[in-house]
Design a protein around this ligand. Sequence first.
Ligand code: ATP
Ligand code: MG
Length: 565
Amino acid sequence: MSDPREDEGQPGNFVADRVREDLESGTKGGRVVTRFPPEPNGYLHIGHAKSICLNFGLAALSPEGRCHLRFDDTNPEVESPEYVEAIRRDIQWLGFDWGEHEYYASDYFDQLYAWAEQLVKKGLAYVDSRPLEAIRETRGDFHRPGENSPFRDRSVEENLELLRKMKAGELEEGSAVLRAKIDMQSKDLKLRDPLMYRIKKVTHHRTGDTWSIYPMYDWAHGQSDAIEGVTYSVCSLEFVNHRPLYNWFLKALEIEQPPEQIEFGRLNLSYTVLSKRKLLQLVEEKHVAGWDDPRMPTIAGMRRRGFTPEAIRAFADRIGVSKNDGVVDVGHLEYAIREDLNETSFRKMGVLKPLELEITNWPEGKVYEAELDNIPKNDEAGTRKVPFSGRVFVEQEDFMEDAPKKWWRLAPGKEVRLRGAALVTVNEVVKNDAGEVVKLQCTWDPESEGGNAADGRKVKGTVHWVSADHAVDAEVRLYDRLFAEDDPSDLLESLNPDSLEVLTGCKLEPGIADLPPESRIQLERTGYFVTDARDHVPGEKVVLNRTIPLKDSWAKLAKKMGVRK
Ligand code: ATP
Ligand code: MG
């Protein structure tokens, strides 16, 4: 695929432009405080990565700028410390540091409650003693105004008494809520006396059983921003219609220097699901092996797949930030990881589906050390020595018995280069009773050590190989896109049945066996791989995950079938 940087009409970063303007004009006192506010109810995904890069990037625009990590932990029944830990780990791995600024909305429960009493005393909030269905029914809709609750005009004293009872756990779940008293006729549905607190007798992973009431998102979010002195509360577009309410609360509480909400278009990716609810479903129904399954678009999954933080950050940078939602071609993400790994990953040789090749004129017991580049075109990366002997494995698909004219790989009578080692010609194809090729016999040119002919004749084809006596056995997991449809809204129907193929008995260059987990390599001519974080044990068991093939086979396939990619 083409370099996406050459695409025209790329979005820039209008939020950064705004912050730069403010810094220049001194609005907001030259302060830049942003926050990333995940709810700990799932793992972070590539969409969150976009938001993380944006928020930490804005903070970096000023030397004193900072980005807070705030856990929006207001729904105890779906949240857990496991998710908190995973979120911290993933942001750190991406390369961002929130320093001492780690906060939890639950840290503010006391302050939020005190503010709620304040609004009650000002006549700006009341306890509605009806069930939620009744409240919902009388809210009206886009065409129909809402109706006032019969409890809307309770006295301040009565409201305070009921709110205190709610807090003390003296009222049943569903029997009362605290609502802001705004306007049931408002055209803005969010302003029709929105809920602030509901009763939930649930244990919270941080506050335990202290609270029987929990704040709603809109009541917690802006106020948390205000407590932390956030200047820019950057969130995705679905919050545009929350903004009037966000501002209403800050005004009602007479917050000085209130935070400002700015919305941007969230990331949607083709062939990818970015909804925590759907990702949770994939995990719970075991369509994947967990949140960090290498096919998942989670940061943990991408990490295990072999992505680098640099590639993810470069991707986020390149797609920019826009004011509307769009779908980004997943090819851009794949391009970013290929580009990074091409420059940084050490080359190794590995044969995924081995076919034995025996050199019949090889001197008995001879072992030759082929010298190969660690990273081509990068002299600093140096070279490595790879043992070569008279019995090697080559890739089954690099041999064809009845080869067409333009086949440059192994075929009877055709001279081919074993990369960096020798020139060989297949003379004999050994088959089993079923007629399958089990071994190739060939001769080599003893004057071709290093892979080039002494007389200077040109040999066009080059294949990779692994010396049979030195090979390391490995399990290789070939991952592909989790979804076969570019729009996988129909979650289970869209799953790609071939998203994982597990190969065993693969033969790899020695040395790979000693690599620690999470080492990224390129298997020459094959693809980018990473030693698995969980199952690869140095010196004992080699397990590689394929990050991505070298070439973009989907683009080719799509082109062949005449479909837009
Ligand atoms: P939900 O609210 O349904 O649990 P969520 O993905 O919005 O899912 P949050 O934990 O609330 O999860 O998200 C934290 C932050 O990440 C929010 O500020 C949100 O705007 C941002 N975010 C989430 N998804 C994306 C996305 N696809 N692109 C950009 N930002 C995103
Ligand atoms: Mg959210």
